[in-house]
Design a protein around this ligand. Structure first.
Ligand SMILES: Cc1cc2nc3c(=O)[nH]c(=O)nc-3n(C[C@H](O)[C@H](O)[C@H](O)COP(=O)(O)OP(=O)(O)OC[C@H]3O[C@@H](n4cnc5c(N)ncnc54)[C@H](O)[C@@H]3O)c2cc1C
Ligand code: FES
Length: 277
C-alpha cells in the first residue's frame, strides 16, 4: 500500500519540563523502536505535531542530533494545539511527522566564529545547533551567544546557558527588556543592546538570528550597521503552515516554500526573494 505522507507517527511523551513561564519542553520517543533508532535530523528542522482531535502545529526540534534515541520540543502555549499539548502528561501518545525543512548550515560554517542572537523561544531551534557545534568544538572558532527575553521568567534553558558560558572560547550574555519584581542583576534592554559589548572578527563571523519577527528585524539592522554582509546573517522565517511538505502553498515567500526551502534563509536570500524583514 502507498505510504500516506500526511500520516503522523505515534510518539510517547517521556518527560515534561517546565522551561519558563507558559513554556514546556517535551521529550518524545517514537513508539516504533526501529523508527526511534533510525530517526535523524538537522538542527533548524521542524516537525508537525498532532494532538489528536485538535490539530497540528509546526514545532522546531530543540534537541541535538548528537543525542540519539529521543527528540525534544520546546513549546509556548499560544493556541489550540499548543495549549492542548501543555495539558498532556508523561505517558500520553501524540503524533509527529517530519523532520521537515532545510535546517541550519553546519559544515558550511566550519572554522568561522559563530554569533548567536536569540529572542525568547527563538533559542529553541538554535539550542539544537549550539549543542551540535559544542559536540564538534574544534571545528568552530569563538562561539558567542546573546539571548534576550521580555522579562526574566521567560528565559529558557537557563541551566544550559550557564554550562555553555563555562566552555572554552565561548561567551554568553543575557538581557531582559524589563525587570518587574525580580532580583535580575543582568543587562536590561533589547537583545541588540548586547552587540556593542562583544568583540567581533567581522570577516570571519557568521551570525544566526532567531526570535520574534520584530526582534529579527532590529537585530539584522544592527548587524548590517556593524558591517555584516547579507550572506553572513542566517535567520529563520515563520509562516502559517498546513502540510509542511511543499504541497498546499500556504507558506510561500516569492517562489520558495518556507516549509521546504526554509525555514532557514540568509538575509541575502530573503532580499533576493523580495521579503521585507
Ligand atoms: C517552522 C516553525 C517552527 C516553529 N517552532 C516552534 C517552536 O519550537 N515552539 C513553539 O512554541 N512554536 C513554534 N512555532 C510556532 C507555532 O507553530 C505557532 O505558534 C502555531 O500557530 C501554534 O499552533 P496553535 O494551534 O497552538 O496556535 P494557533 O491556534 O495557530 O494560534 C497561534 C497564534 O496565532 C494566532 N492565529 C490563529 N489563527 C491565525 C490566522 N489565521 N492568522 C493569523 N494569526 C492567527 C492566534 O490568535 C494565536 O495568537 C513554529 C512555527 C514554525 C512555522
Ligand atoms: S505548509 Fe504547505 S506548502 Fe508549506
Amino acid at each position: 500500500m502507498k505510504e500516506n505522507i500526511y500520516e503522523p507517527r505515534l510518539v510517547t511523551i517521556k518527560n515534561i519540563r517546565d522551561e519558563a513561564e507558559g513554556i514546556k519542553t517535551f521529550t518524545l520517543t517514537f513508539n516504533d523502536p526501529a523508527l526511534n533508532a533510525a530517526f535523524d535530523y538537522r538542527p533548524g528542522q521542524f516537525g508537525e505535531v498532532t494532538i489528536f482531535g485538535v490539530g497540528e502545529a509546526p514545532i522546531s526540534i530543540t534537541s541535538s542530533p548528537v543525542n540519539k534515541g529521543y527528540l525534544e520540543l520546546t513549546v509556548a502555549a499560544v493556541g489550540d494545539v499548543t495549549r492542548a499539548l501543555h495539558l498532556k502528561r508523561v505517558g500520553d501518545v501524540i503524533g509527529f511527522r517530519g523532520p521537515y525543512g532545510n535546517g541550519f548550515p553546519f559544515a558550511e560554517v566550519y572554522n568561522k566564529d559563530i554569533l548567536f542572537v536569540a529572542g525568547g523561544i527563538g533559542l529553541a531551534p538554535l539550542r539544537s545547533l549550539i549543542n551540535q557545534m559544542f559536540a564538534e568544538r574544534d571545528k568552530f572558532g569563538k562561539i558567542c551567544i546573546l539571548y534576550g527575553c521580555r522579562y526574566p521568567r521567560l528565559l529558557c534553558f537557563t541551566e544550559e546557558l550557564g554550562k555553555w558560558s563555562d566552555l572554552s572560547d565561548s561567551e554568553v550574555l543575557l538581557t531582559c527588556d524589563t525587570n518587574p519584581e525580580s532580583d535580575w542583576q543582568g543587562n536590561i534592554g533589547v537583545v541588540g543592546s548586547l552587540l556593542p559589548k562583544i568583540e567581533v572578527d567581522l570577516p570571519n563571523t557568521v551570525a544566526f538570528v532567531c526570535g520574534p519577527p520584530v526582534m529579527i528585524h532590529f537585530v539584522i539592522q544592527d548587524l548590517l550597521k556593524m558591517g555584516f554582509k547579507g550572506d553572513q546573517i542566517i535567520t529563520t522565517m515563520e509562516r502559517r503552515m498546513e502540510c509542511g511538505l511543499g504541497k498546499c502553498g500556504h507558506c510561500n515567500i516569492g517562489v520558495k516554500y518556507v516549509c521546504q526551502d526554509g525555514p532557514v534563509f540568509s538575509y541575502q536570500q530573503l532580499q533576493e526573494l523580495g521579503e521585507k524583514i
